[in-house]
Ligand binder design. Structure first.
Ligand SMILES: Cc1ncc(COP(=O)(O)O)c(C=O)c1O
Length: 393
C-alpha cells in the first residue's frame, strides 16, 4: 500500500535548524526556531518549573491513568488567568487538558466540525500548522488579510469576513502575540470584532499560545475576554508551552464556552470522546508541574517574575529595532508596536537566502524572525546585514 503515498516536503523550519547547526561561523544568528531565548542565547527550564518538578519527584505517589480530560487541577487553576475572576463565567465554561496548544487547536476544529461546521475563516499569514490541521481534517477554509502593509492589523478584513459569513461558519483568531506577524488587534478592534461576531452568530475559535509574552497576563487576554463577554458560544485553544517554557512536554488546554447546562455537558462529552479516540489521554508531567506552580503563591510569584523578564527582554529588543529606524528598504519602526516572539519582515525569499549565505543570519523563508534570537551582541550585525541585502530605501 505504502508506495501510493506521496512524498511530503520536510518541515521548512526543521530544515533550517539543520542548516544552522551545520554552519560553523561563530557569529551566526538563529532567528528561525520559535522558542524564547535569553540574552545569552539559551532556552532554559524555568526555575519555577524546576522547583515544581522536584516537588513532583518527591511527592507524586502514582502514575496511574487519568482520563481523557487529563489533570483537571491544572485545567481549573489556569482559568482565572484566562477568563478573569469569574473563571467559569457563571458556569458557562468547561475545559480539558490537551497535548500542547496544537492538540487544543485540533480538538477545537474537530469538535466544531462534528457539530456541523462548514467553513472556517482565518486571517493570513498564520501559524503554518493551522492550515495543515484544517487541511488534514478536510475543513473548507476561506482566508482574509490579517495585516495592513503599514504593520497594523487589518480589522476591516476580519469584520467583512465575519459579516459575510453564512450559517455554520467559524472564525479562527489569535488571542495575542500573533504568529508570524506580531500584529495584534487593538482593544477597540476586539470590541468591534466581538460585536460583529455576536451579531452574525459566526462561531469564534480563539487560539492563545503566548499568554503573558505580549504586554502582560491581564493585558494579553483583554481581547479574548471582550469577545467572550458578548457571545453565547466559543472555543479557546491554550498553550503553556511558551509561557512556562515547556515546549517538549506538550502542555495545553481546550475550553468550551456554551450557554450552560445541557449544551455545555454535551459539547464536553464529545470533546472527551474525540480526545479518547485521538490521544486517549494527554501527557501528565508538564501539566502537573504547572498545577503545582499555580497552586503555590511562592511558585506563582517566581513564575510571573520569570515571565516578566522574558517579556521585558523582548520589549527591549523591539525598542532597539524600532530605534534603528530603517535598515535598507525595511522600516523597523512597526516592530516596536508589535507583540510577542515574532515579527515578519518585508523581505523576499532571495533576500532571506542572502542573509543566510552571506551573513549567517537564519530566518524562515516568509521573513518571520524570532525576536528573542536577537541580543545586544548581534542586533547591530542584524540591522547592518538587513541594510546590506535590501539596499537603500
Ligand atoms: C499560534 C499558535 N498556536 C498554537 C501553537 C501550538 O503550540 P504547542 O507547542 O503548545 O503545540 C503555536 C506554536 O507555535 C502557535 O504559534
Amino acid at each position: 500500500m505504502l508506495h501510493r503515498l506521496e512524498e511530503q516536503s520536510p518541515d521548512a523550519l526543521l530544515a533550517l535548524i539543520k542548516m544552522h547547526a551545520a554552519d560553523d561561523r561563530p557569529d551566526k544568528v538563529d532567528l528561525g526556531v520559535g522558542v524564547y531565548r535569553t540574552g545569552q542565547g539559551d532556552t532554559p527550564v524555568f526555575r519555577s518549573i524546576k522547583a515544581a518538578e522536584q516537588q513532583l519527584v518527591d511527592e507524586q505517589d502514582s502514575k496511574s491513568y487519568l482520563g481523557p480530560e487529563g489533570d483537571m487541577g491544572f485545567v481549573n487553576a489556569l482559568m482565572p488567568y484566562i477568563f478573569g475572576e469569574d473563571a467559569t463565567m457563571g458556569g458557562r465554561i468547561a475545559g480539558m487538558q490537551t497535548p500542547g496548544g496544537t492538540g487544543a487547536v485540533r480538538l477545537a476544529l474537530a469538535l466544531a466540525q462534528k457539530a456541523g461546521l462548514k467553513k472556517l475563516h482565518m486571517g493570513t499569514p498564520s501559524w503554518p500548522n493551522h492550515a495543515q490541521i484544517i487541511n488534514d481534517i478536510a475543513l473548507d477554509l476561506e482566508t482574509f488579510d490579517h495585516a495592513n502593509p503599514d504593520g497594523t492589523a487589518n480589522v476591516e478584513a476580519a469584520l467583512s469576513a465575519i459579516r459575510g459569513a453564512g450559517p455554520d461558519e467559524a472564525i479562527l483568531l489569535h488571542g495575542c502575540c500573533h504568529n508570524p506577524s506580531g500584529i495584534d488587534y487593538t482593544a477597540e478592534d476586539w470590541e468591534k470584532l466581538g460585536d460583529a461576531i455576536a451579531e452574525t452568530g459566526i462561531f469564534p475559535v480563539i487560539d492563545t499560545a503566548y499568554h503573558g509574552l505580549g504586554n502582560g497576563l491581564d493585558e494579553d487576554v483583554t481581547g479574548l475576554r471582550s469577545v467572550l463577554a458578548k457571545v453565547p458560544e466559543a472555543f479557546i485553544a491554550y498553550s503553556c508551552d511558551k509561557n512556562f517554557g515547556m515546549y517538549r512536554d506538550r502542555v495545553g488546554a481546550f475550553y468550551i464556552l456554551a450557554d450552560g447546562g445541557e449544551t455545555l455537558d454535551k459539547a464536553f462529552t464529545n470533546a472527551n470522546a474525540l480526545a479518547r479516540a485521538s490521544w486517549s489521554m494527554p501527557p501528565d508531567h508538564g501539566a502537573a508541574a504547572v498545577r503545582l506552580i499555580l497552586r503555590d503563591s511562592k511558585l506563582t510569584a517566581m513564575w510571573t517574575d520569570e515571565l516578566d523578564q522574558m517579556r521585558e527582554r523582548m520589549r527591549q529588543v523591539r525598542a532597539a529595532l524600532a530605534d534603528a529606524g530603517t535598515a535598507g528598504s525595511v522600516d523597523l519602526t512597526p516592530l516596536g508596536r508589535q507583540n510577542g516572539l515574532f515579527s515578519t519582515l518585508p523581505v523576499s525569499k532571495d533576500q532571506v537566502k542572502e542573509l543566510r549565505e552571506k551573513h549567517g543570519i537564519y530566518m524562515a523563508g516568509s521573513g518571520r524572525i524570532n525576536i528573542a534570537g536577537l541580543t545586544t551582541n548581534n542586533i547591530d550585525k542584524f540591522v547592518d546585514a538587513l541594510a546590506d541585502v535590501t539596499g537603500s530605501a
